[in-house]
Design a protein. Sequence first.
Length: 318
Amino acid sequence: MSNYKKKKFIFDVFSKQLNDIKIQTVEGPIIQLIDSYVCPLCLEIFTIDKISELTVEHIPPKSVGGTGSILTCKHCNNTCGKDLAIALQLELQIRDFDSVQLKDGVDSKVQCNDISVNCITKYQDKKILFTIDEKRNNPGTISQLFSELKNNTGEYTIKVDSKIGNKPRNIEAANASILKSAYLLAFWCLGYRYILHDSLKIVRKLIEELPTRTDCPGFVAFIVKETLLIKNNREGLYTAKVNGLDCLVVLMDMTLIEHPKRHRAIAILPHHEDTSGVVYKRIIDSLGPEMKITFGYRYHKWPKVTHNNHCSCPYDLC
């Protein structure tokens, strides 16, 4: 399927939902949309003649194994697209450090007491090798380090450079990318009647603010520790209870192109009956490392857009 045909196909599927929904515009009047698509992130309206201003969005990002399933506008793709995807990819690469990056060699620092030098760290033949680049270090510092290592039988510290190019590690942006993908999956499953609830304004605001605010809730979306992969649950959208409160939970599996290791992420969204977001705000306030999640009904697996898959919503809201 060509890119235009895929965009037109997705446009038509969601445009049909809008035929039965009346929307109140920013200016005030309530309108009914025909042959239109509303960007799920900014809620801007696009008619079919503006389809070139829409882009195919991957859930999750393509760099971590996502499928192109939803349309978002170019503005949203530029403002909360590539940077969030890069942050998520980087976070997975850091978590794959021991099994992936060390085989190729990574920029590092070896430190003994207060003396440190730049080097390349590589895992080879069941050994960790450090290659010190004389051009990147002061010769006197190298001599001091060797002398210190010779006389010191204690522990050494290895500091690994956590950058790809000029992009620093940003866990908050990675979590925002997870939350964004979860929100778009919920849109794919439940449609406009879900995301047009007031409670979803909270989610869209979190997607925008998570990358830059340190006081945003860090447990609304995150990568699950390997020991807590929630093996009995398949990825998808679930009804759930978090700390005893009703919500929706997305489980999402991700893999890097260069390595098949699975990473699982989890994101918490408002329940479809929590239209005002009151319960969701209580959930956010209660989140923490010891939160309790009880899974209920599974709505749907990850979407795959083909001519034989009509993106039908598994829930009767749509």
